[in-house]
Design a protein. Structure first.
Length: 467
């Protein structure tokens, strides 16, 4: 009977894992699900997979125990966001660049979105992601959450492999499709920095699995696999040529090795069990050498040319054209979110690209070009969600890292799980830093992966209580 129940449970996990694999594969490899119908399909797959998994996965409680802070943050975002949709003030047409005032609002004097349809799409996405968090958080009561983390790491490594292949054969467009020409594309991502953000996630998580393996000759091959995944992802970041992402990669490597320094030193010195550790030492040295050589061999031309362009663009004030433009749009977003403009409710989720053209031509903020993203996700979130909404997002994201610290402080936590939890915390911190000068969290695939990591950390922090 127990054997039957165990097999039945494994079958249900396998079905849910396949659903998650399909969802992540589409979200990542369909242009990162950054726009249009590709993004809508990704949202649909997320909702369907999460809904089915919620009922299929075994669980001790009807809803996973994420903790009151996490549930309050998510609940507020959903309630406040949907209220902004149903109490929308206006609708905006990008084709005609005109606003249409809406009547029959729920609360005429209350806050509401200025772009109802875009806010509706944004809340539909958030609802699907929250469904995914709820479903995947159930796996924290078992060992299945490690499979979820491992899948994200593998997806990032596959992205790196595709991007490196494109560079080797000299591809001029994403998937060799002519209409998607982009000078800085990488693999399926139109913007190389977004691909690099995903690969940084992959590299960090793979290192967590490497350091989390038991000391046994039977799992040497597992260490080799995870270190290969980490190496491939790190090389991909180098080849992508995003200067900011490379700095984030350096931060990730330093922090990962520092937090796992005892294990790292043991590998370097080959103490304890020489037969096991000599092999690992060689893999470690190969990994580090691969990262260094990739910078000098594979990506030297791409990175050198981009760096040279950066220096050529530096003006008398010491700013390059791209840096000056980003500082300008950041300054504009601060103005847009001021008490006299967006204030505490914001303009509505998903409204940024609709309203920014009406601000770029104001005196003192003349900014050229069309801005679909603000190149600073925290400020863009404040513009769209206001002070209260951005505080809820910050609480859920930063709170998950704090929840990870709580898990690490638990004496009953298995030693092999500690490096993996650390890797999730490092990955979220690195992604958060990257989002301060780019827009990785505005891309659905990266946003989904980051939110999944947050949900797992929240779930693990309450595991002891749930048991």
């Amino acid at each position: 009977m127990r054997k039957y129940q165990s097999n039945h449970q494994s079958s249900r996990f396998f079905i849910c894992f396949l659903l998650l694999t399909l969802t992540l594969a589409w979200s990542i490899f369909a242009f990162g699900s950054a726009f249009g119908q590709y993004r809508e399909i990704a949202v649909f797959l997320t909702a369907i997979s999460a809904g089915l998994s919620f009922f299929i996965l075994p669980k001790n409680h009807w809803l996973p125990r994420l903790g009151p802070v996490a549930w309050t943050s998510l609940g507020f975002l959903l309630c406040f966001g949907w209220f902004m949709v149903f109490n929308a003030k206006a609708e905006h047409s990008i084709e005609q660049w005109s606003f249409t005032t809406l009547k029959d609002r729920l609360i005429p004097f209350g806050p509401g979105s200025v772009t109802k349809s875009s806010s509706f799409y944004a809340l539909r996405e958030l609802s699907a992601v929250v469904m995914a968090i709820v479903a995947i958080a159930s796996t924290t009561q078992t060992k299945a959450w490690k499979w979820v983390i491992g899948l994200i790491a593998v997806m990032g490594a596959i992205t790196a492999g595709i991007g490196i292949f494109h560079k080797i054969v000299g591809a001029k467009a994403v998937w060799f499709v002519d209409e998607w020409h982009a000078g800085s594309f990488f693999a399926p991502y139109i913007y190389n920095a977004n691909a690099a953000a995903l690969m940084n996630l992959s590299c960090t998580l793979a290192l967590g699995f490497f350091f989390g393996q038991r000391e046994s000759s039977q799992v040497k091959i597992h260490r080799g696999i995870w270190l290969t995944i980490a190496s491939l992802s790190g090389v991909g970041v180098m080849v992508a040529g995003s200067k900011g992402a490379i700095l984030i990669l350096v931060f990730i490597l330093i922090l990962s090795f520092f937090l796992n320094r005892k294990r790292f030193i043991k590998l370097i010195r080959s103490e304890g069990k020489p037969k096991n550790l000599v092999f690992e030492k060689r893999i470690m040295m190969t990994f580090i050498a691969a990262i260094i050589l990739s910078l000098g061999v594979i990506s030297s031309k791409n990175l050198t040319s981009r760096t040279q362009t950066l220096f050529n663009d530096i003006d008398r004030d010491g700013y390059s054209e791209s840096v000056r433009a980003r500082l300008a749009i950041m300054g504009l977003m601060v103005k847009m979110s001021s008490p006299s403009e967006g204030s505490w409710p914001g303009f509505g989720p998903g409204s940024f690209q609709h309203i920014v053209p009406y601000f770029t031509n104001k005196p003192g903020f003349e900014i050229k070009g069309r801005w679909m993203h603000g190149h600073c996700d925290p400020l863009q979130t404040t513009v769209e969600w206001g002070y209260l909404g951005s505080a809820a997002w910050l609480t859920f994201g930063v709170g998950s890292v704090v929840a990870g610290l709580r898990s690490l402080s638990r004496k009953t936590l298995a030693s092999i799980e500690r490096p993996i939890i650390r890797s999730m915390m490092i990955a979220l911190t690195a992604t958060g830093l990257h989002s301060c000068f780019d827009f990785p969290l505005s891309i659905y695939s990266i946003h989904l992966c980051a939110m999944i990591l947050c949900g797992i950390l929240w779930g693990l922090s309450t595991k002891e209580i749930a048991l």
